[in-house]
Design a protein around this ligand. Structure first.
Ligand code: CP
Length: 363
């Protein structure tokens, strides 16, 4: 029954608690369709909360969330802070550059220190792929990966899915073209996992030097641990865009130029920039997306970035509701011995799910 509802475009939000089985959010490769749908449905409820005059609910009151960022961030860190505050949590932000990390403290010691200070949720960004997995093995806190190296950025993937779903509904069969530096993009990897689980048709496009090992046309390389789900690989952007429902440009990481992976920025822009002429090949009204930060004039033209088809700023806005949903589901954990009827009967209690309680009063 639940799977039937999920296949039609989403389970009822009560099901969110029954399908949720995650203690951490490290990537989307181990998320079921039901879990992704649970986040989407819960984010809808959080969007409603955010639309209120006082956008606050007490779901995480008494909990402490710490963001620990070893890399810079504007969107991710800020939206996690806003999300946690909207749910009533206490929030502390630590920039590694201004912490005892500079005195040589190890990652694990830093995390243990944060746990000893009483935090329940840790949001971590690190330049090393896999760092959040290491952390998750050494802490009782819920760990959320806010971007690790080239590996994963699951909440960016979720907000991308959410934004697509708001505009396109069911993503099954939708043609999503991701163009640019796929090889060094943690966003692309998480998007590919999430989109594949949602049944979208994923096309990756870029110069061969910027496509990662795990991406192979037509199927998973089952023997390789970095293998991704099957995607279409297209080096020609004009061909890739034919019939696209979504075009997502990725930041060209200019530092890659030093590695000799690209001849020049001008050459890259000539072949791979999403501009008005190229966008005309996609379906009318196709969504234009970008996880940010953008290099306007390189991977995307200013006119397209600001066009009516662009939902780039909406992605940022939706990130707050989606991160609220992630925090809410993580904080509630996997329910045990809970039936839908039992959950429904608690609708007047403060710990009931958001759509039931209504959360009309702010804390
Ligand atoms: N998309 C993204 O992760 O942006 P920030 O680096 O600003 O967090």
């Amino acid at each position: 029954m639940r799977e039937e509802r999920a296949a039609r475009g989403g389970p009822a939000i009560l099901d969110a608690q029954t399908v949720w089985n995650q203690r951490h959010v490290l990537d989307l490769d181990d998320f079921s369709l039901g879990e992704i749908q649970a986040i989407m449905e819960t984010a809808d409820a959080m969007k409603e909360v955010l639309s209120r005059e006082v956008p606050r609910v007490p779901a995480l009151r008494g909990k402490t969330l710490i963001t620990l960022f070893y890399e810079t961030s504007t969107r991710t860190r800020t939206s996690f802070e806003l999300a946690a505050k909207a749910l009533g949590a206490d929030v502390i932000s630590i920039a590694a550059a201004a912490s005892s990390v500079q005195k040589g403290e190890s990652l694990i010691d830093t995390v243990r220190t944060i746990q000893a200070l009483g935090a329940q949720v840790l949001v971590i960004r690190h330049s090393s792929s896999g760092a959040p997995y290491l952390v998750a093995r050494h802490t009782e806190m819920n760990v959320i990966n806010a971007g690790d190296g080239w590996h994963a950025h699951p909440t960016q993937g979720l907000l991308d899915l959410y934004t697509m779903r708001l505009h396109l509904g069911d993503l099954r069969g939708k043609r999503v073209v991701i163009v640019g530096d796929i090889a060094h993009s943690r966003v692309a990897r998480s998007d590919i996992w999430g989109l594949s689980t949602m049944g979208a048709e994923v096309v990756v496009c870029g110069p061969p030097t910027l496509l990662p090992y795990g991406v192979r046309p037509g199927g998973r390389d089952g023997e390789h641990p970095l293998a991704l789900p099957p995607v279409e690989v297209e080096n020609d952007l004009d061909r890739a865009l034919e019939g696209a429902d979504v075009v997502m440009a990725l930041r060209l990481q200019k530092e890659r130029m030093a590695g000799g992976l690209l001849p020049s920025l001008r050459e890259y822009a000539r072949l791979y920039q999403v501009n008005e002429e190229r966008l005309a090949r996609a379906r009318p009204g196709a969504l234009v997306m970008h996880p940010g930060p953008m290099n306007e004039g390189v991977e995307i033209s200013p006119a397209v970035a600001r066009s009516a088809q662009s939902v780039i700023e909406e992605q940022v806005t939706n990130g707050v509701a989606v991160r609220m949903a992630v925090l809410y589901l993580l904080a509630r954990g996997k329910p045990r011995h809970r039936s839908m009827n039992a959950a429904a009967s608690r609708s007047s209690r403060q710990d009931a799910p958001p759509f039931r309680l209504g959360w009309r009063t702010s804390p």
